[in-house]
Design a protein around this ligand. Structure first.
Ligand SMILES: Cc1cc2nc3c(=O)[nH]c(=O)nc-3n(C[C@H](O)[C@H](O)[C@H](O)COP(=O)(O)O)c2cc1C
Length: 152
């Protein structure tokens, strides 16, 4: 299947996460375009799945990703598969506080898309990072899992 990984990143941690998720998707046989929400590109009509990620802002999705979803994810996306990921402060997300990944998961579900798995939170140790030492590998694993669910 062909789809897109859409992300935004201010300090680079969610970008690393997005690239690792993309790698995992490709390893499981999916074809993927990487789109930075800030570039304001449109989603091509032929995409069959969507994977969206954002850094957490006050427990919610960052502005560029929110805007991207509002502009690009309309009724034509209803019933299509999606997965959500994001970065969050370890002291917040490990306590189960609200995160961008969970917010995106809820938003896309409400728009009628079908989740292939739970939202994936990738923890950073401070505002600017870094990710945990196994953070990129965990993101790659998440991408592989999403890709396998899409295939099977
Ligand atoms: C204005 C602002 C608000 C934030 N609010 C939260 C928050 O509510 N919860 C949280 O876990 N992290 C919060 N963070 C920290 C972000 O999670 C962190 O900066 C981000 O995940 C790093 O990703 P990036 O390198 O891709 O920008 C906030 C950061 C900023 C700048």
């Amino acid at each position: 299947m062909k789809g897109a990984v859409v992300y935004y990143s201010r300090y680079g941690n969610n970008e690393k996460t997005a690239k690792a998720v993309m790698q995992g998707l490709e390893e499981s046989g999916q074809e993927v375009d990487l789109i930075n929400a800030k570039d304001k590109k449109e989603l091509a009509a032929g995409y069959e799945f969507l994977v969206v990620g954002s850094p957490t802002r006050a427990g919610r999705t960052s502005g560029p990703v929110k805007k991207f979803i509002k502009k690009n994810v309309g009724d034509d996306w209803k019933g299509k598969p999606f997965a959500a990921f994001g970065t969050c402060l370890n002291r917040a997300c490990e306590k189960g506080e609200p995160t961008a990944a969970k917010d995106i998961h809820k938003e896309l579900s409400q728009r009628g898309l079908h989740p292939v798995t739970e939202a994936f939170d990738n923890a950073v140790s401070g505002m600017k990072g870094p990710l945990a030492p196994d953070g990129e590998e965990s993101a790659r694993e998440f991408g592989r899992k999403v890709g396998e669910s899409l295939a099977g």
